[in-house]
Design a protein around this ligand. Structure first.
Ligand code: DON
Length: 578
């Protein structure tokens, strides 16, 4: 955290002590102000990507054009998560009131098997689903961005890819932050990654010009003929390269990859309509289920991040995550009781189990009877033959786009495709490699999310658009693995219910609970008294370094002004508009 933010939290932590014992809400005079604009706004994790989006909007593009431009630009300027070799979700709200959701999540290769990450004794091989050629899922990002541009963009692929192509071929100056990210020791294990990001050991430094001629050539090929990536020479090159390294992705895997356009999930909360990510993301369902549970409380009266308020949020998150881990997976493979999970009656029953002052230990948690069928078991699941980034955009016509895209871990599998200049994901780790064994995010998941050929791993990415009277109020999202969902919920509640501006909501210290492990994770910045009070209620509280990266927009309900809140935690991002 930057010094001014540390100071901000220190002061805001002390003021409530003097003013009122109950309210830990920073006064508006202390809060960082959002960036404001009248017509259009782009918020991303990297200033150059934000600029790419704004440039496309100014050239007459709509929010979808800008989103595609940002998506390709992030591959160039933020390779830790921006990607051609990963996957993502794009949620779109059109000015005419319609919403749609593009799923370009990675798929398991056709040769994947449920036990592919287990050794002969049946134990998970550490790192097998995380690093190297076998951890890679079939990438969907190029298909998704191309699909979005063709169907909903205005300017055409060649034009919206220009900023990315220029950034790759002309280069850009590396910040100290990005240069430090390139020191990742695992990148050194893969020759093309070692060459590209670490100059064969002659590491880049802040201020160096970073040019990516191979990537520029790849981007030019995609702009001229996007089918090359999945059906042409590039597809064959990618497949041959992965197989040579010991991976199992084939040209057929790439040829069969398809974007799926889905109906988003919907929720209602205090006059807002929540539009969010459906399976294969768990994000929207967990978010809406948690908000449904919270619907019965007056959170505003309790105050932002007071122990009493946090207690209710934590218990709601615990219950919604319990359902996530048991029921959710790829809808093509698992039957899910989504309508029942999202029903207010079910949430009301869950709420009745929340104790007024005490934590419910996860091991004692019992799902209310009579609402959901038993969770799927292995035999019912069909077997058909930390990194991510989020960006939010609103254009001058009232279209809004919320995109979360990922390589999964930082730099994904760490494997760069030789000759093509881009990294490949390690999304296979989002599956449950073994029932009951936690993945990278500590998620303990059931058979609904077991590995199967062609299946999409369950995600927590939660691109969300919140409407009020049919108009956009918020565009929200973040990376952070399972913590994405609570990050989005916390930002939304802090702003919509507690009245913090969007920048202050993004800045506010985060807290997270995912049922298992039975731990409440908190960022630095909470009052010691708040943490003591949570511990007294029976919570296992663990302070951890800052996480996630909320890149969000709010719309002032009175003036219609757009307010961009970007996250200072990473230190590269910006909100900009006009
Ligand atoms: O889809 C998911 O839920 C994960 N692959 C997201 C990973 C992530 O957010 C890592 N970021 N810090």
């Amino acid at each position: 955290m930057q010094a001014r933010h540390r100071a901000f939290w220190l002061v805001s932590a002390l003021v409530p002590l003097l003013a009122s014992p109950a309210i830990a809400q920073p006064g508006p005079y202390l809060a960082e102000k959002p960036v404001t604009a009248r017509h259009a706004m782009v918020v991303t994790v990297h200033r150059l990507a934000t600029d790419a989006g704004v440039r496309i909007l100014r050239e007459g593009g709509n929010a979808i054009d800008a989103a595609v431009a940002v998506g390709f630009a992030l591959e160039v300027v933020y390779p830790i998560a921006g990607n051609l070799g990963g996957g993502g979700f794009m949620l779109i709200h059109f000015a005419n009131g319609k919403n749609t959701f593009l799923d370009y999540r990675e798929r398991a290769p056709l040769a994947a098997t449920p036990n592919m990450y287990l050794n002969a004794k049946g134990n998970v091989i550490p790192g097998a689903s995380l690093y190297g050629y076998r951890a890679i899922g079939v990438p969907g990002s190029v298909a998704g961005l191309v699909y979005a541009e063709k169907k909903y963009g205005r300017l055409g692929l060649e034009k919206v890819m220009q900023p990315a192509i220029q950034l790759a071929s002309h280069g850009f100056r590396l910040s100290a932050i990005t240069a430090a990210q390139f020191h990742d020791s695992r990148l050194s294990n893969y020759p093309a990654s070692f060459r590209k990001y670490q100059r064969n050991g002659n590491y880049y430094r802040a201020g160096d010009l970073f040019r990516q001629p191979r990537l520029a050539a790849t981007l030019r090929t995609i702009a001229a003929d996007p089918s090359d990536f999945y059906h042409g020479p590039m597809a064959r090159q990618i497949a041959a390269f992965i197989q040579k390294g010991g991976g199992i992705i084939t040209a057929k895997d790439l040829a069969e990859y398809k974007v799926v356009e889905r109906t988003p999930v919907y929720g209602a909360f205090h006059g807002y309509t929540i539009v969010s990510a459906p399976p294969p993301s768990s994000g929207g369902i967990v978010l809406i289920e948690a908000l449904n549970i919270l619907n019965g409380y007056n959170l505003r009266k309790l105050g932002d991040r007071t122990p009493a308020e946090m207690h209710l949020l934590i218990e709601a998150y615990r219950r919604a995550f319990m359902d996530r881990n048991a029921y959710l997976g790829d809808p093509a493979y698992v039957k899910m009781p989504i309508a029942a999970m999202l029903s207010q009656k079910y949430a009301d029953a869950w709420r009745a189990s929340i104790l007024p002052w005490k934590a419910t230990p996860s091991k004692d948690l019992h799902r209310p009877a009579g609402f959901l069928p038993p969770p799927p078991t292995m035999s019912q699941v069909r077997h058909e033959s930390p990194d991510t980034t989020h960006y939010s955009i609103i254009d001058s016509q009232g279209n809004a786009v919320s995109v979360t895209t990922t390589l999964n871990d930082y730099f994904g599998s760490r494997v760069t495709v030789a000759g093509l200049g881009f990294l490949l994901n390690d999304e296979m780790d989002d599956f449950a490699s073994k029932q009951g064994v936690p993945n990278m995010f500590g998620l303990i998941q059931g058979p609904a999310n077991s590995i199967a050929p062609g299946k999409r791993p369950l995600s927590s990415m939660t691109p969300t658009i919140v409407l009020r009277n049919g108009k956009v109020s918020y565009v929200l999202g973040s990376p952070g693995g399972s913590r994405i969902i609570t990050t989005v919920a916390n930002i939304f509640l802090s702003s919509a219910i507690q009245g913090l501006n969007i920048q202050a909501s993004v800045d506010a210290p985060r807290f997270h609970m995912q049922d298992l492990p039975d731990v409440v994770y908190v960022e630095p910045g909470f009052l010691p008294a708040t943490l003591a009070s949570l511990r007294k209620r029976g919570y296992h509280v663990k302070v951890q370094p800052p996480w996630s990266d909320g890149e969000c927009i709010a719309v002032d309900p009175k003036t219609g002004e757009l307010e961009g809140g970007h996250d200072f935690r990473i230190g590269l991002g910006s909100a900009a508009g006009y």
